[in-house]
Ligand binder design. Structure first.
Ligand SMILES: NC(=O)C1=CN([C@@H]2O[C@H](COP(=O)(O)OP(=O)(O)OC[C@H]3O[C@@H](n4cnc5c(N)ncnc54)[C@H](OP(=O)(O)O)[C@@H]3O)[C@@H](O)[C@H]2O)C=CC1
Ligand SMILES: O=C(O)C1=N[C@H](C(=O)O)C[C@H](O)C1
Length: 269
C-alpha cells in the first residue's frame, strides 16, 4: 500500500482526493493537512469529506509528519504548493502536483526540485483529457497549418486562474506540433477593433460560470468544415482518481519530472 499525504484537504479537490484515496485498494491516506487558519483543523478527514470516519485528524504541519507517508498529493495554490514541495524535497518524498496557475519561474523551481525527487505534474489528471492531448497532436499535424485554431474553456465561478492549466497545455501541444512558440502566437481574448484574424495565432476564450466542473474545446476551423475536440468533466472524482493512480505509479520511480501521459503510457502512442 502506498501511503499518501494530502494537503489542502478542505478544498473542492481536497475532499474528492480523500474519497479517492479511501476507495483505492493500492493506496492509504495516512496524512491530511490544511492551512493553520483552516476550519478543518482537528476534524476527521473522512467526516470532512462526507464519508465515514478514517480516524485521521487534519493537522497543519506537513514537516512534522514526513515519516508517515510515501507520496504527497498537492491541489492547492502555487505559493503554498511550492512550500509543501520543498518540505518533500528535504525529506526525499515523492509528489503528485495538480495545482495550476504557476508562473514560469515557479515551473522552473519545480523542474529543479525534480532533479532530486520523482514528481508527477499535470494540469489535468483525467484519462479523457490526456487522450484528447494525443488527438490534438494528430489533428494539428493534419489540419493545423491551414486552419484557425481556438481553445475554449469553461469552469465554475470559484476558479481563480485563467486560462485553465488544461487549456494552456492544449495550446502548448498544438503549438509545439506546428513548430510555433505559444508565447508568441497566443491571443488571450479579443475586444474592439482587432483586425482580421492572423492564421498563425492560437486564440483562447474563458468562461467562468456557476458550477461547471471543467470543459475544454479546441477548434480547427477551415472554410467549409471544422473539427472540434471537446472534453467535458462532470465530476471532480475523475481528477482525484487520476491523481491517486499517479501516486501509486510513482512507486520505484527515479527522480525526475513526469506527467499523466507517462502514467497512462501515452507518450509513445
Ligand atoms: N490537475 C487537475 O486534474 C486539476 C487541477 N485543479 C487545480 O487544483 C487547484 C485547487 O483547486 P480547487 O480544489 O478547486 O480549489 P479550492 O480553492 O477549493 O481549494 C484549494 C485549497 O488549497 C488550500 N490552500 C493552501 N494554501 C492556500 C492559499 N494560500 N490560498 C488558498 N487556498 C490555499 C486550501 O485548503 P486548506 O485550507 O485545507 O489548506 C484550499 O481549500 C487549482 O489550482 C485547480 O486549478 C483542479 C481540478 C483538477
Ligand atoms: O480549477 C479547476 O476546477 C480545474 N482546474 C484544472 C485546470 O486549470 O486545467 C483542471 C480542471 O479542468 C478543473
Amino acid at each position: 500500500m502506498v501511503k499518501i499525504a494530502l494537503v489542502g484537504v478542505s478544498g473542492r479537490m481536497g475532499m474528492c482526493l480523500v474519497k479517492a484515496a479511501a476507495l483505492s485498494d493500492q493506496a492509504e491516506l495516512t496524512v491530511a493537512v490544511s492551512r493553520t487558519e483552516s476550519l478543518a483543523l482537528g476534524k476527521d478527514a473522512g467526516e470532512l469529506a462526507g464519508i465515514s470516519s478514517l480516524g485521521l485528524p487534519v493537522g497543519d504541519d506537513l514537516a512534522a509528519v514526513v515519516d508517515e507517508f510515501d507520496v504527497l498529493i498537492d491541489f492547492t495554490r502555487p505559493e503554498s504548493s511550492l512550500e509543501y514541495i520543498e518540505i518533500c524535497r528535504r525529506a526525499g518524498k515523492k509528489v503528485v502536483i495538480g495545482t495550476t496557475g504557476y508562473t514560469d519561474s515557479q515551473k522552473a523551481a519545480i523542474a529543479e526540485i525534480a532533479k532530486e525527487i520523482p514528481i508527477v505534474i499535470a494540469p489535468n489528471f483525467s484519462v479523457g483529457v490526456n487522450l484528447s492531448l494525443k488527438l490534438l497532436e494528430m489533428t494539428a499535424k493534419v489540419m493545423g497549418d491551414y486552419t484557425d485554431i481556438e481553445v475554449i474553456e469553461a469552469h465554475h465561478r470559484h476558479k481563480v486562474d485563467a486560462p485553465s492549466g488544461t487549456a494552456l497545455r492544449m495550446g502548448e501541444v498544438v503549438a509545439a506540433t506546428l513548430g510555433r512558440d505559444l508565447k508568441e502566437c497566443a491571443i488571450y481574448g479579443r475586444e474592439g477593433d482587432t483586425g482580421a484574424r492572423d492564421r498563425k495565432t492560437i486564440g483562447f476564450s474563458t468562461i467562468r460560470a456557476g458550477d461547471i466542473v471543467g470543459e475544454h474545446t479546441v477548434m480547427f476551423a477551415d472554410e467549409g468544415e471544422r473539427v472540434e475536440i471537446t472534453h467535458k468533466a462532470t465530476s471532480r472524482m475523475t481528477f482525484a482518481n487520476g491523481a491517486v493512480r499517479a501516486a501509486t505509479w510513482l512507486e520505484g520511480k527515479a527522480a525526475g519530472l513526469y506527467d499523466m501521459q507517462d502514467v497512462l503510457g501515452l507518450k509513445n502512442c
